[in-house]
Design a protein around this ligand. Structure first.
Ligand code: SF4
Ligand code: FES
Length: 249
């Protein structure tokens, strides 16, 4: 496949960026999107040019690093697919592909397609943990009964990989889907009970501090989320927040 790539290039956080055009040829339809980017970078390095900065780690759809806009869609055209799991067979020979970084004030561009998502880390640090002892004299996991329905919902919420597609897709740059997945994962389990109220209050407070917008129920986040995190989690987080506001001192 021969392709034209229009890629956002930005040398640093305070530098004005612009779209640059590149050509790549002999791309196999079986290559992943990131492997195609590797081919481009190899070409740029051989020509003595600056390679395109982009984030990646696992390349297996589990770390959430490979975040970019492809033809105006977070993680590209396929539903339930991260950029690293997207293959070039989803495009046609001769296509022009537009590649841009996440756009949100709380995710400032570091360089090219790489953005700073440490705001997510600070939200987790504010409350996304449990205090129960998980090493040493731990109880057998089966000693604490968890209703099957709650266990399933907690596991579904726990599949959030923190990629930020929900924020990038939202017209308000809201982080509600991400935060609600993390709140739900722990609120549904007995192990999450000790910090249940404080967790949701602190995480929402940190979310607001980081400059994410509010949720206006458009649902774009759920559509673009590569892990299919449900809007149900946002409703649960709102209930958790109300409950905590009323019951905590
Ligand atoms: S909710 Fe979905 S889109 Fe948002 S960070 Fe988690 S996995 Fe990514
Ligand atoms: S590189 Fe880890 S999810 Fe894509």
């Amino acid at each position: 496949m021969n392709l034209t790539l229009k890629i956002w290039r930005q040398a640093g956080p305070s530098v004005i960026g612009k779209m640059e055009t590149y050509k790549v040829s002999d791309i196999s339809p079986d290559m992943s999107f990131l492997e195609m980017m590797d081919v481009l970078n190899d070409q740029l390095i051989r020509d003595g040019k600056d390679p395109v900065a982009f984030d990646h780690d696992c390349r297996e759809g589990i770390c959430g690093m490979c975040s970019m806009y492809i033809n105006g869609q977070a993680h590209g055209p396929n539903r339930g697919t991260t950029t690293c799991q997207l293959h070039m067979r989803s495009f046609k020979d001769g296509d022009t592909i537009y590649i841009e970084p996440w756009r949100a004030a709380a995710f400032p561009v570091i360089k090219d397609l790489s953005v700073d998502r440490s705001s997510f880390d600070r939200i987790i640090q504010a409350g996304g943990y449990v205090s129960v002892n998980t090493s040493g004299n731990t109880q057998d996991a089966n000693a604490i009964p968890v209703p099957k329905e709650n266990a399933d919902k907690a596991f579904d919420a726990a599949t959030c990989i923190g990629c930020g597609a929900c924020v990038a897709t939202c017209t308000n740059s809201s982080a509600m889907l991400f935060v609600s997945a993390k709140v739900s994962q722990l609120a549904l389990l007995p192990q999450g009970d000790p910090e249940r109220e404080l967790r949701v209050l602190r995480m929402v407070e940190q979310m607001d501090k980081e400059g994410f917008g509010n949720c206006s129920n458009t649902g774009a986040c759920e559509v673009e989320c590569p892990k299919g995190i449900s809007l149900e989690n946002i409703a649960r987080m709102n209930r958790e927040y109300l409950r905590a506001s009323v019951t905590s001192e």
